[in-house]
Write a protein that binds this ligand. Structure first.
Ligand SMILES: NC(=O)c1ncn([C@@H]2O[C@H](COP(=O)(O)O)[C@@H](O)[C@H]2O)c1NC=O
Length: 531
């Protein structure tokens, strides 16, 4: 390997995207570089009045099979690959009449234009470039001697100050870029064909993940952190938040995306068990602070907002139905960050237009029971699992106490379990039915490292909402009560109905404590941690 400057005498140009090609060939021509080209590119260069050698002259064969064979040939690939510093290679090249090619300019068939569309299988396959990647990989491998431009964006810096030679550093850096591009191109093809023709894979069967940068975010979790949002290719779900249509507002921040995802998920989960009723979720710091189900969207909004009107300030709101002017007017009088909904009425949009910073995302509700894998990062790695796809009704409810669960709280079971499932552990949700017949979240305890503290947060809610009757409220816990002390706190707060997974070695003590205090308890057999 010699890290020398090298003269460019012959260039092979074969590009689908002919942007800025004129500037490139004119500069090469001025520097006495011989240009070899494939069909369409050759015609483009000829039309500029610049001399160009046809690829057939080098390959010794015509372009054939509808363009499947153009540059692929022994003379072309050899001209790119033989080692200019290797004595045997030089002798062999001379004996075989191989002439060196010093520069490759090539961009590929636009497979990306058809990936993810309903283009026919034939169109997809014909847009898989074979000869291009071969030239790119061969020239990139031989960067000791050959320079390669694999994207229009490389032309500018390459041509700046170009006098007919390239440095070793330039060639090596262009080679690295080229291998990255070819790898991305192949991954895109593998992704598309897998999505079309292969069974979706479960997390434990996946051996690679394909992601692509979507955009740079204003900043990360805090202003001194930088951040990007990436799009997972080949998600297993048909509707994804990352693709939501942004109708207006300031650029979404990292925290906005995290909270919007939490809001959309909990709202959609609850909508699936709410028989067409309207659902509103208010999220703060990835936790629901207000949740409500009502026969009317506005009343579900009022209920959810007032569930914790202090925390709702600056919140992220997700609706299950088209947002109307009444909801929009209500929200425009508050301070909110993001609204997510399947649609907005024209009047609602007019209200929001006055609040230019509020981000409006339009996206259908998250589909029911589509198996989805979710990814979380740890230092140097990613964890992957199936989403906790449980929709309340799948729980196996079992009455374990002497006291039966009253009808008023039984009605709330699905709502309560789903609300609790979306709280950060240790999660405790307190839900109730209002006099208007709405379901609402009356209190939460979450994010505490011990369950007792999460329960005590409810006691605080109880103290703050003195008028609230506990009789018909349902308390749901995301994991089992390890000791009877949790039941004691529930009793102090005045709770009469509890749902929890069960499964502690002290279940008997926990149940006995409920019986002692006249509390009804049902177990579900299913834990819902959320970390
Ligand atoms: N098969 C081949 O020998 C071959 N050689 C070059 N190509 C591609 O043909 C395109 C350029 O074609 P044209 O010059 O005809 O417009 C380039 O994107 C290049 O990557 C080929 N096509 C695809 O495989």
């Amino acid at each position: 390997m010699r890290n020398e400057n090298r003269k460019i005498s012959r260039a092979l140009i074969s590009v689908t995207d002919k942007t800025n090609l004129t500037m490139l060939v004119e500069t090469l021509h001025k520097n006495n570089v011989e240009i070899i080209s494939t069909g369409g590119t050759k015609k483009f260069i000829e039309d500029l009045g610049i001399p160009v050698t046809s690829i057939e002259k080098v390959t010794g064969n015509p372009e054939a099979f509808g363009g499947r064979m153009k540059s692929i040939s022994f003379p072309v690939t050899s001209g790119l690959l033989f080692r200019r510093y290797h004595e045997t290679d030089i002798v062999e090249a001379r004996e075989l009449n191989i002439e060196p090619i010093d520069l490759v300019v090539c961009n590929l068939y636009p497979f990306e234009k058809y990936a993810g569309t309903n283009a026919t299988e034939e169109v997809l396959i014909e847009n898989i470039d074979i000869g291009g990647p071969l030239m790119l990989r061969a020239s990139a491998k031989n960067y000791e001697s050959v320079a390669v431009l694999s994207d229009v964006s490389d032309y500018d810096s390459f041509l700046t100050g170009f006098t007919g030679t390239t440095s070793f550093e330039t060639r090596r850096s262009l080679a690295v870029r080229t291998f990255n591009r070819v790898a991305q191109y192949d991954l895109m093809i593998a992704d598309e064909l897998s999505a079309r023709f292969e069974e979706k894979k479960a997390p434990e069967e996946k051996s690679w993940l394909s992601i692509v940068a979507k955009e740079t975010l204003r900043y990360g979790e805090n202003p001194h952190q930088t951040a990007n949002i990436f799009k997972l290719k080949n998600t297993q779900t048909s509707i994804n938040l990352v693709d939501a249509e942004v109708l207006q507002g300031k650029e979404l921040s990292y925290n906005n995306w995290v909270d919007a995802d939490a809001a959309w998920r909990v709202m959609s989960d609850i909508a699936h068990v709410s028989s067409g009723k309207a659902v509103t979720a208010v999220i703060k710091h990835a936790n629901p602070c207000g949740l409500a189900v009502s026969s009317n969207l506005f009343s579900s909004l009022e209920e959810a907002w007032n569930g914790d009107s202090v925390s709702s300030f600056g919140g992220i709101i997700s609706f299950s139905q088209t947002v109307d002017d009444q909801c929009a007017k209500f929200l425009c009088e508050k301070f909110i960050e993001v609204v997510i909904a399947p649609d907005y009425s024209a009047e609602a949009l007019k209200f929001f237009a006055k609040k230019k910073n509020v981000r409006l995302l339009k996206i259908a509700n998250r589909p029911k029971e589509e198996s989805e894998f979710i990814v979380k990062s740890i230092s140097g790695g990613l964890l992957m699992q199936n989403e906790d796809e449980s929709f309340g009704k799948s729980e196996e409810l079992k009455l374990v106490t002497k006291k039966e669960m009253p009808f008023e709280t039984l009605e709330l079971v699905d709502f309560g379990i789903l609300a609790c499932k979306h709280l950060k552990s240790n999660g405790i949700a307190l839900v109730c039915k209002t006099l208007d017949g709405n379901f609402t979240m009356a209190g939460t305890g979450m994010g505490q490292p011990n369950r007792l503290d999460s329960l005590r947060l409810l006691a605080k809610v109880r103290a703050e909402n003195k008028g609230l009757s506990m009789d018909n409220m349902l308390l749901v816990s995301d994991a089992f009560f390890p000791f009877a002390d949790s039941v004691e706190v529930c009793h102090e707060v005045g709770i009469k109905s509890i749902i929890q997974p069960g499964g502690s070695i002290r279940d008997d003590e926990v149940i006995a404590a409920c019986d002692k205090f006249g509390i009804a308890m049902m177990t579900t057999g299913k834990r819902h941690f959320r970390h």
